[in-house]
Every structure is written in C-alpha cells, then in structure tokens.
Design a protein around this ligand. Structure first.
Ligand code: ROI
Length: 162
C-alpha cells in the first residue's frame, strides 16, 4: 500500500529530529521509503508561545497494515525520545499517518485521511511537493485544495540528502 506520513517537531533541534526520523523510516519493516519532501518551517498552529515547527512529508510503500504502521511510527517517536508537553503544544517528534492508499479508517487510534490534511499548509504543501497529482478521499484533488490553502507563513527550507 502507498502511504504518506507527516513529520513535525519543534523541540530538541527540530531539523535534526525530522532528518533522523526520515532516516528511520528507511528501516521500517516490510516497507520501502519512496520519496520525501523538503523541510519546511511553519509557525505553530495552536498556542503561539511555542517555537516554530519543522515539517515534512514522506511517502512509503508498505506491506504493514495501517495499525502496524502506526505502531512502528510510535516506536520511532519513542526511540527519538518523544516529549509532548501539552495538548496542541510543543513536541520533539510527531509522526502521523496522513493517507493509507485510498482507504478511510476511523477508530480510536487512527483517523485516515488525517483530518488536518486539507486545511493545514504545513501538511498540504510538502505533500503536494512529492505527490502533485494525489487524490485525497473525501477532500478531492490536492491541486484544488492547495489553491484554497494560504501558506500561513510556511517557509520551504532545504531538501535533505540521506
Ligand atoms: N503546528 C505546526 N506548524 N506544525 C505541526 O506539525 C504542528 N503539530 C501539531 C500542532 C500542535 C497542532 N501544531 C502544529 O500537533
């Protein structure tokens, strides 16, 4: 299955956190890292008294189920010493399953497509960079969503090499 993963960090050297996490995605079991976006800096969504975020999106091909993938992503978060201080607050590393094929999954652990996708510049722009022709279940063509999504202070940084 083709899956897209959102990465975000605003604590403990966020650029390094996101780079390390993309490297760790290369070691996901039964999966292959296909593509990853540039890094982006974005003002915090949520409480404003927290540092800017570094965001990126990665594409994988995986034989894991969506829930197995979530488990594996949470293991990476833990391995990188995840700290989350408050709801909608600063965190060392967030890894979200944005899309899992064209599947729609809604349960206690997973909401796919991720509910934030179509409104969050820090998800949509990096996602469109690596998948410009993507169709998002329930939301539509990414090209169309982009046109209605202001950049909200999003800044494109470097493309990282692994
Ligand atoms: N804000 C930005 N800019 N980037 C994020 O990744 C991010 N993640 C979050 C909340 C707290 C909603 N705000 C964010 O979880």
């Amino acid at each position: 299955m083709r899956a897209y993963i959102g990465l975000g960090s605003n604590l403990a050297d966020p650029i390094d956190q996101v780079k390390t996490a993309i490297g760790n995605l290369q070691s996901l079991p039964d999966s292959q890292l296909i593509a990853w976006s540039s890094l982006y800096a974005s003002p915090p969504m949520g409480p404003q008294d927290q540092p800017d975020y570094i965001n990126a999106v990665a594409e994988i091909e995986t034989a894991l189920s969506a829930h197995q993938l979530l488990d594996a992503l949470q293991a990476i978060e833990q391995q990188q010493g995840r700290i989350r201080k408050r709801h909608w607050g600063e965190r060392t590393l967030d890894l979200d399953v944005l899309l899992y094929g064209q599947n729609e999954i809604y349960d206690e652990r997973l909401q796919i497509p991720h509910p934030g996708i179509s409104l969050r510049a820090f998800v949509l722009y990096p996602l469109a960079e690596i998948a410009p022709d993507l169709k998002i279940p329930k939301a539509g063509e990414i090209e169309q969503l982009l046109q209605h999504c202001p950049r909200d202070g999003l800044r494109k940084l470097e493309k990282i090499l692994l």
